[in-house]
Design a protein. Structure first.
Length: 255
């Protein structure tokens, strides 16, 4: 006969995963998606160049006599000049917000506010630095559009084309909008919806500034596209560096 009561077997307790382990596993899929999206976007931009998209689009705005909209008041005085001033004003506001946060900046800690403001300045600086060393000329300087410089691929950094080095790649003006992409990474942990809106606004601003320059003859479309890609990569790399520093600086045993 079976005993009326059976002995209770003590099963070993399974430890719950630590918060940091859960966070890492949750972020892994997103990181893989970002890598794939970044690589795929770069491939699409290269395909645009190989297909001749730059010249095709530039030919819509320019002729051998130049670019008719080069000095248009809306593109030159408003989108170009005023847009640049607004971008710098917002960058200054973010810098001041590091110490005196207002609005959504109150959701961020001091380190995150520094990352946000510093990311804007770093992105613009990287684009400007690369631009200063690049040989490619702006469309309005090319012989095909009434200028005196021969075209050269912006990937041939060592080249010196006839007419001199142009220093036009990547697009500096577009970086005044794309440079704010880093806000996506900063706000994503605390306000995902705001982070997405911030990203869309930064991309839209960069495209608006870049396309306006495209029609003026100041840049090819690829200059604008790669400027946005670079700003994304700079912001992503900065976010990774800040997170690594935060983890290394955290007290031992902290949750």
């Amino acid at each position: 006969m079976l005993p009326e009561t059976l002995p209770i077997l003590a099963l070993p307790a399974v430890p719950a995963p630590r918060a940091s382990e859960s966070a890492v596993s949750a972020k892994a899929p997103a990181t893989r998606q970002w890598v794939l999206a970044t690589v795929a976007t770069a491939g699409a931009f290269l395909a645009w160049e190989v297909a001749g998209g730059d010249r095709w689009l530039a030919d819509m705005a320019g002729t051998a006599a130049g670019f008719a909209l080069r000095n248009h008041w809306l593109l030159d005085n408003v989108v170009h000049s005023v847009g640049r001033l607004l971008a710098w004003a917002l960058a200054l506001a973010l810098c001041l917000g590091v110490w005196w946060p207002l609005g959504p900046l109150r959701r961020l800690g001091l380190a995150q506010r520094l990352q946000l403001a510093g990311g804007v300045l770093l992105s613009v600086a990287v684009v400007s630095l690369l631009k200063s060393f690049n040989p490619a000329a702006c469309p309005w300087s090319l012989a095909a559009y009434g200028g005196a410089t021969e075209p050269v691929s912006h990937w041939l950094w060592w080249a010196t084309p006839v007419g001199g080095r142009g220093g036009c790649f990547p697009a500096g003006h577009a970086s005044a909008g794309f440079g704010f992409i880093g806000g996506y990474f900063v706000f994503r942990p605390v306000a995902p919806a705001l982070a997405r809106r911030w990203l869309l606004a930064a991309v839209a601003a960069g495209l608006l500034l870049g396309i306006s320059q495209q029609w003026r003859g100041a840049h090819f479309m690829s200059h604008t596209l790669w400027s946005g890609w670079l700003c994304w990569c700079v912001a992503w790399a900065l976010d990774g560096a800040c997170r690594s520093f935060s983890r290394s600086a955290a007290p031992v045993g902290a949750a």
